[in-house]
Design a protein around this ligand. Structure first.
Ligand code: AHR
Length: 498
């Protein structure tokens, strides 16, 4: 099958915000405890953080990380996680019916993130708590000294303020499962007033207000309109969350859900524009897609377990094992974020370790890379710069969730003297014969990595990681055209020097 694509140097979409490749980690399951933190593990550093896990995290070059939740944050008392560890209270985590020991709190997490060069994006509890606790938390984190909370932080060994800029105003406040869920108008008012308090403390804070928990919520997208009408001028981003699955075992339809995500971004973009116009506002609000991933492999089983279990400490929860099909899906979703980088400025893979995560860490054992680690890493390493438009002219398909879906999925990013193409052949059994014209570029092929040839249900594990990029072949530059054959169900990263 022939497919033509065209890229032009002057046809740009947007400068990509590096935070498009951010991550999320929550106090739940084994994400923190026996995930990133496991004192006593052979690889633990003097603070109890696992070096093997940190090394896999470092290789992802993550720009920012959202913490500490998620649903967890909506009944969390951040003060429980500061001061001498032996004096910290053990609490019941209402979100996941678990026991929270508070051995990791803001200072431990900050030193872990700082060591890895990752900026923190902190969420405040607007479920069971409100403005007072949020401003205290920010004062503890960001104020230099001379006040109760800042001096308390200094007494805990953190002399310098952390200077955290990104703050989430609660989590999924529309969700009936959320502790302290609220109607849109009420939440919008609270978010607006919380924003006022937080901005008084950190004037250049970037504030993220909660959008719907997903695009299937009954109140979506009315929720976004009402919330933004209350707080538009005082926030910088609105959050989107979406998790994906392929329970019906229909691969092409699964891939079609990426188009659905494009429609979700369009719809919220429309709501943002509507409210901006209605309010005659001057500022822009962007999209912060702060939870996204595949989540279905053991969702039902998990949900049966945690709703009835007896408040365990760091239980196995949401430990999805990802497949090669998920590699292709995640590669495509990241391509969509690149194409929508005009609207989406921050996106967080949910989550980072053990819980629906690209990295798994066995308790007392090995840390290993799941199949989805690779497209995330490739995008984070090479997807920085300016997103270029790509016109595709080739075979298409229809599926339940979308029509006219291209079998060829391409995103293009111009960096410093480079153009990187992220290319996926989504066809189940056909080779695509590609000719991709590069207008305005004199290009040479620098590197071609490919992931292909696996069974769709193949997985990585602690013993072996067969799903990983290898050097590709069969693609070459002829004049200003990249030509070559793309095998069925293959993911490619093509790096050009220009
Ligand atoms: O990431 C798991 C959960 O999914 C988060 O806690 C919540 O925000 C979402 O519903």
């Amino acid at each position: 099958m022939q497919v033509r694509a065209t890229v032009h140097r002057d046809f740009t979409i947007s400068k990509i915000d590096d935070r498009l490749y951010a991550a999320f980690i929550e106090h739940m399951g084994r994400a923190i405890y026996s995930g990133i933190y496991e004192p006593g593990h052979a690889q633990a550093d003097k603070h109890g953080f696992r070096r093997d896990v940190a090394s896999l995290v470092r290789d992802l070059k993550i720009p920012a990380i959202r913490y500490p939740g998620g649903n967890f944050v909506s009944a969390y008392r951040w003060e429980d996680g500061i001061g001498p560890k032996e004096e910290r209270p053990v609490r019941l985590d209402l979100a996941w019916r678990s026991r929270e020991t508070n051995q990791v709190g803001i200072n431990e997490f900050a030193s872990w993130a700082n060591e890895l060069g990752i900026d923190m994006m902190l969420a405040v509890n607007l479920g069971s708590r409100g403005i007072e606790e949020a401003r205290n938390f920010m004062e503890y984190v960001n104020h230099p000294s001379g006040t109760y909370w800042s001096d308390l932080r200094r007494s805990h060994g953190a002399e310098k303020p952390y200077g955290v800029k990104m703050w989430c105003l609660g989590n999924e406040m529309d969700g009936p499962w959320q502790i302290g869920a609220k109607p849109a108008r009420e939440y919008g008012r609270l978010a607006d007033e919380t924003a006022k308090a937080l901005r008084a403390l950190t004037p250049d804070a970037e504030l993220i207000v909660c959008g719907s928990s997903n695009d299937e919520m009954p109140t979506y997208p009315e929720w976004e309109r009402v919330v933004l009408e209350e707080c538009y001028e005082h926030v910088d981003h609105i959050s989107l969350h979406k998790y994906f699955g392929n329970s019906s075992r229909d691969t092409l339809n699964f891939f079609g859900k990426i188009e659905e995500t494009g429609r979700y971004i369009n719809a919220i973009g429309g709501v943002i524009d509507f409210v901006k116009a209605k309010k005659r506002a001057k500022n822009d609000v962007h999209i912060c897609f702060d939870e996204w991933n595949v989540w279905y492999h053991r969702r039902e089983e998990d949900s049966r377990n945690w709703r009835t279990w007896d408040w365990p400490e760091a239980p196995e929860l949401l430990e999805e094992t990802y497949t090669f099909e998920d590699t292709l899906f995640i590669g495509g979703l990241l391509n969509e974020f690149i194409r929508r980088s005009d609207r989406v400025k921050i996106a967080c893979i949910a989550q980072l370790v053990n819980v629906i995560a690209p990295i798994r860490a066995d308790k007392g054992g090995k840390a290993w890379r799941q199949s989805i680690y690779w497209p995330y890493q490739m995008a984070s390493l090479y997807g920085r710069g300016t997103a270029l438009r790509v016109a595709v002219d080739g075979p298409k398909y229809d599926c339940a969730v979308a029509s006219d879906v291209d079998y060829l999925d391409v995103a293009a990013v111009q960096g410093d003297g480079t153009v990187t193409l992220f290319i996926i052949n989504r066809h189940l059994d056909q080779v695509l014969d590609l000719s991709l014209s590069l207008h305005g570029f004199d290009a040479t092929l620098e590197e071609h990595k490919v992931i292909e040839g696996h069974d769709l249900m193949a997985t990585n594990g602690p013993e072996a990681e067969p799903i990983a990029p290898v050097n590709g072949s069969g693609l070459g530059i002829e004049g200003h055209v990249l030509r070559g054959k793309l095998g069925p169900l293959s993911y490619h990263v093509v790096r050009l020097r220009v």
